[in-house]
Design a protein around this ligand. Sequence first.
Ligand SMILES: Nc1ncnc2c1ncn2[C@@H]1O[C@H](COP(=O)(O)OP(=O)(O)OP(=O)(O)O)[C@@H](O)[C@H]1O
Ligand SMILES: [Mg+2]
Length: 267
Amino acid sequence: MTLHTASDFAAPGPATDQPLLQVQGLTRRYGARIGCADVSFDLYPGEVLGIVGESGSGKSTLLSCLAGHQRPDLGRIAYDGRDVLAMSETERRRLSRTDWAYVHQNPRDGLRMGVSAGGNVGERLMAVGARHYGEIRGKATDWLGRVEIAADRIDDRPSAFSGGMQQRLQIARNLVTGPRLVFMDEPTGGLDVSVQARLLDLLRGLVRDLGLSVIIVTHDLAVVRLLAHRLMVMKSGRVVEHGLTDQVLDDPQHAYTQLLVSSVLQV
Ligand SMILES: Nc1ncnc2c1ncn2[C@@H]1O[C@H](COP(=O)(O)OP(=O)(O)OP(=O)(O)O)[C@@H](O)[C@H]1O
Ligand SMILES: [Mg+2]
């Protein structure tokens, strides 16, 4: 079996590209407790950034600040050169509908469970202005196919789907509008190993074919090895190591990353 890694992808855009996302000094506290502190990085078009770290290290806090689900106390976020934190709520919501996507760890948080699979995908298209029923249904069918959900399940509700199918449906719902930047919080968590492997394969293909920029949070080093060009390791809210995924995993510099890689902390 050939083991592919993220470096088999087309390399991220040429060095002349502007970063799609620039993050500086992002800090979020919950009272006296630190959610994340002083996080800085750039993300280039077509690049996949993995974020790993133990439970409570601030991964979800960081992701939700980036996606605008909560407001950081300090720091700066620029998307495509625009200051995200200075935007009006309306502008930010528009970005969330058009340019960004957010894949939740629990598909129930990212799906409408009372709406059919086709409706879940079609709803996102309608939110960006699609009106023609036949076209919406056609696109929904196409996307269900891309995530390997049979066309005859289009009228089923997500509650009738398995966990892996729900996750694939959530991915279709998120990607149908052609976002440029996708946030993913543990997209393979809670799935059994064989389902995880297929989902990862699917994600790799979509990222490559659509040229997506992705920030993916995970506990699983195998997931970042497969998907992420670059890796950030967090501990107690701070980034303790950041670099090319293969370099960080093969030659970790920080004691915490060494522990993580040596599998002592892996479950
Ligand atoms: N809503 C909240 N209110 C208070 N503290 C919070 C809240 N959300 C997170 N925290 C705290 O912020 C820190 C970082 O939590 P976060 O959920 O970002 O970690 P995580 O790395 O995503 O963990 P996990 O891998 O378990 O999902 C923890 O100490 C947590 O207790
Ligand atoms: Mg989390």
